[in-house]
Design a protein around this ligand. Structure first.
Ligand code: HEC
Length: 261
């Protein structure tokens, strides 16, 4: 036999390899080999051969009883039986809520809407469809839950952010949009008595910034515009007018919903 004719020291590596193989094979004898359901695959165990099991009828999983549906959907059932948006925060807005909203807004919304919310973010300057300007009359007059709704479902060319932002974060961002709007359109009467507010132009001058810094900015001439702005594009500005399911009870939100996660 071939192996017997090998020199005495040459079978050592072969033996080591065989031992290693045995050892590695042993590694497979673990939980990977036990019977289990693999997502999106069939199973012989159930009569309908579906591995993914449907929810048991008339049950709600722990922690998924979304009783406060306004908090989760941003819509209520209107008087006409249709879904309706509301200018109402489902929990009190504190400084912490606004700071969280600012942080999330700066991460997820500024690429298109820009830090001041004028809709001319960096991506728009490189050819994306102009995002909404939060300071125009249309956006100013929308109820706050509309922003929540848009983040949840997307809007026209805008993708939805429901995977990135939890409901409480979406509300925090909506509240921050209101703060942004106030920051660009506040009047003397919005300022508490005795508080001194500096003019943005003076601030810019103090910091040796160009005078135009305090002006609303336009798209730079270097911007590529794949989509000339078209007011008729996009979807209608309200929640879809689906008749609400009369079986769904939509209680108005509890006013003292805790804001912190
Ligand atoms: C990838 C770019 C992009 C990002 C990121 C983005 N948006 Fe938009 N957004 C758009 C565009 C584009 C429109 C205009 C949609 C259209 O007209 O098709 C829009 C429109 C809107 C509108 C106006 C809807 C209306 O009724 O007029 C709101 C509100 C809005 N976005 C909020 C947000 C918020 C909040 C975020 C962050 C969570 C965000 N957007 C992130 C691109 C974006």
């Amino acid at each position: 036999m071939q192996a017997i004719r090998l020199k005495s020291n040459s079978w050592l590596p072969a033996l080591a390899m065989a031992a290693a193989l045995l050892f590695l094979a042993g590694c497979r004898q673990d939980m990977q080999n036990q019977p289990k359901l693999i997502p999106q695959r069939g199973s012989a165990m159930f009569a309908d051969h579906r591995g993914a099991r449907p929810q048991v009828v008339n049950t709600v999983a722990r922690g998924q009883l979304r009783e406060d549906s306004y908090f989760y959907t941003g819509v209520v059932q209107g008087a006409n039986g249709y879904r309706e948006e509301k200018d109402l925060m489902p929990f009190p807005v504190t400084l912490a809520v606004l700071q969280r909203g600012q942080e999330r807004f700066n991460i997820y919304c500024t690429p298109c809407h820009s830090r001041v919310g004028n809709g001319l973010g960096a991506i728009v300057q490189r050819g994306y469809k102009p995002a909404a300007n939060f300071h125009d009359q249309v956006r100013l007059s929308q109820p706050i839950s509309h922003y929540f709704y848009v983040m949840t479902h997307g809007y026209g060319a805008m993708p939805d952010y429901s995977a990135q932002l939890t409901p409480v974060d979406r509300w925090a961002v909506a509240a921050y949009i209101r703060a942004l709007q106030l920051s660009q359109a506040a009047t003397e009467s919005d300022i508490p008595a005795g508080v001194k507010v500096k003019d943005l132009k003076d601030l810019a001058a103090e910091q040796h910034l160009p005078a135009g810094f305090a002006e609303p900015w336009e798209l730079p001439s270097t911007a590529i515009q794949a989509y000339p702005h078209d007011a008729v594009q996009g979807t209608p500005a309200m929640a879809p007018a689906n008749p609400a399911d009369p079986g769904i009870k939509i209680p108005l939100s509890k006013p003292a919903e805790p804001a912190a996660k």
